[in-house]
Every structure is written in C-alpha cells, then in structure tokens.
Design a protein around this ligand. Sequence first.
Ligand code: ZN
Length: 434
Amino acid sequence: MFFQKDIETMSRKQLEELQLERLKWTVDYCYKNVPFYTKKLDEAGVTADKIKSLDDIKYIPPTTKADLRDNYPFGLFAKPMKEIVRLHASSGTTGKPTVVGYTKHDLDLWSDCMARLCTAAGATSDDIVQISFGYGMFTGALGLHYGLEKIGATVIPNSSGNTEKALMYMRDFGTTVLVATPSYALYMCETAKSLEYPMSDYKLRLGLLGSEGCTPEMRTQIENGWGLFATDNYGMSELIGPGVSGECQERCGLHFNEDYFLPEIVDPETLETRDEGEYGELLVTTLTKEGIPLLRYRTRDITKLNYEPCKCGRTHARMEKVQGRSDDMLKIRGVNIFPSQIESVLIGMDQVSPHYQLVVRREGFADTLEVQVELVDSSLLDSYGKIQELQKNIAKRIQTVLGIQCKISIVEHGTIERFVGKAKRVVDLRKENK
Ligand code: ZN
C-alpha cells in the first residue's frame, strides 16, 4: 500500500519542519548557483536566514514560464552540464520550448515520487505495465517507466502509435496496467472492440491516466470499457514531469509529494495567499531538486488543497483536480469564476449540450453573467413550463457551485458557435463600456 510509509504518513508538524529546512536550503542554493535568482532575491531583499517560517515564502518573488523561456536553454540550471545526466523539453506551441535538466539525484527523487503514486494507485511488482505515452523529450513516459521499474513491475515501453500492435502485446503479454492519456485509453478500447478478439483476452485491471484532463464521465467510460480502475496524476516538466501529485485508491484528491514539492494557493491577480480550502492558482517550490530548482513556480492551474489526513493513511496534502487555467479566470462581482466550473454543471445534465457561451455585462455598477445554454432536443422549446423549470434548475446548480446568481438563456440546438481547437466561451462586454 505504501512505497515509503515513514515519509508518506509523517505528521504535519514533522512534514512542515522538513519543508522549512529544505525551503531554506533551496533559497540559499538558488541564490548561490543561479544568477537569475541571485538578482531576483537581491531585489526582493530575501536571503535564506530571513525565512523563519513557511509563511515567509510570500516574500520570494514567483517564477514564471516566461522566465524559463527567456533563459533558454540552460540559463536557470544550477549545476554544470557535467553533473546533468538527462535533458527534457516541453513542446512550446509558440517559440522556443522550455528545457529542464536532471542530476542523478533528481532522477532518483523523480522515481521515488512516481513509485509512491503508482503504489498508492494499486500497482505492485506483480503487474505488467504497458506505457502508451510517447517516449522522447516529453517527460510522461520515462517518468512512469522508472517509477514502475523501481517498484518491481514489468515495464513494456510500447510508446504510442500502432494501436493494433499495442493491443496484441496486451493480449499476448497479459498486460495488467495501462499508462496512457485518457483519450488514448478510450481510443484503444474502441479499437479493441472493433477487432475479432473477445474483450476477455485483455487482463487490464488498472489505468494510470495522465498528461491531459479527464472528466468523471470520460473516466467512467474508460473504466467500463476496459473493466479497470483508473487513477489520475498531475505534474509538469518544469517541476519534474509527472509525479508531483496523484490519486490513491480512495480517489478523493491527488496526494502532493510534499517533502519534495511545496504547494501554495494564491489569488491569481494579487498573488496573496488564499485560505485553506479556497480555490486559487497553484504555486510550487521545489525542495530538493538540484538541476533546475524553482522558487514559487506559477503553474497557472486553478485548484485547492486539503490538509486533512486521507482515509488511506497518507498525510500529504491532497490537491483537487485542476479546475481551469488562471488565464481563463473571470471576475464577476468580486467572485472568481472559471468557464470549466460552469461546464462541469452542464455536463451533468441530459437536456443540454456541452456547447455554451458566457456573456458578461455591466449594468449600472453591477456585473451580470448570462449563461447561454443549448438544448439537445429543440422541441422542448414548445413547452414554456419545461423551459422555465430547466432554467431554474441550471441557475440553482450554478449558484451552488459558483456562489453567484446568473441569467440562463436557453437556445435551440446548433445555435452556439462550434470551435475547432480552443473554444472561445466568454464574451466580456464590460471592456467595451469602459
Ligand atoms: Zn489517500
């Protein structure tokens, strides 16, 4: 059940003492070895001995993805290339990618992180694991690969592509665990069903999904399709790759590897610390990394943290699934809103499609939010009573999730624009009135 029980079940007090000691080390290490941080910390007047408690982290200026890009390729490395044993890069959609380097110690801690999360999800040395992430500069495949080998599982480095061959290995080798993105896991399942072999030829029992978001509905589809149990994990190459946090079998949040990574939740606009349990942007400070240590890295991911010990016995904080990106945040009447939160309400309702649009206006001094929702079956529009009831129902659910009132407009099927790629869900008319 545990890979490193003593660490994973440490008391909060012990954990915080360890984090404070490691935070001081990291600040000092960054100051001495990365000119970018020497300058930044000098400007902010922060030194390691000024950090007296974990709260003092707020005096450290955050680091952004732009800082990594501006220092391309190796500007933020704290070790000479002689000590770097691996490079990875994230694919930048525009311009240069971000490059990260690992020392031997970093690869070891990364494997520990993954070994813990895979064990928490239920993987053991008896498992045969097929990795269907693409190998290469992307961190996903090798991260899980070494973590799973560390727990003694049999790893098949199959990579992605050639799905029929992957399915043949699965049948012939008796694969029990699948590592894949949710969408590929689903695609593999559809392909398996289209082949002549019965589904009973497949022995999958566990899915370690990751690298892209997965709605609860999609997860259920994958679980039912394959007859497996699936967990989710979270990470990013800037921080280490996968392995920053992941679900245990209780699936009530993603356990943060808090002895290696210090999480904070802040207001994305002011960067002020949010109270425990409140949503905000996740900042992460690496606590022991040598190759490319990062102070208060802005993930832009919106989530919240729960510090209550979990039923599984682990004490490390649990992070909720990412709710959205801070770049997409809308502020309405002082409340932070993410389109994804509204989407989650709509996805759970049969009568409406997942296509919607949010219109924000300023009426007098107050902001108003209109949610335009599309019907699945337009004939419902003939019944005024039913439409009213549906409007009320959606408004009530949204108020429960967001805590604000909004106007619901029901429109005919096919009215709302479809997008290829990233959807533009928000029309903010407030800016035009200024
Ligand atoms: Zn747990």
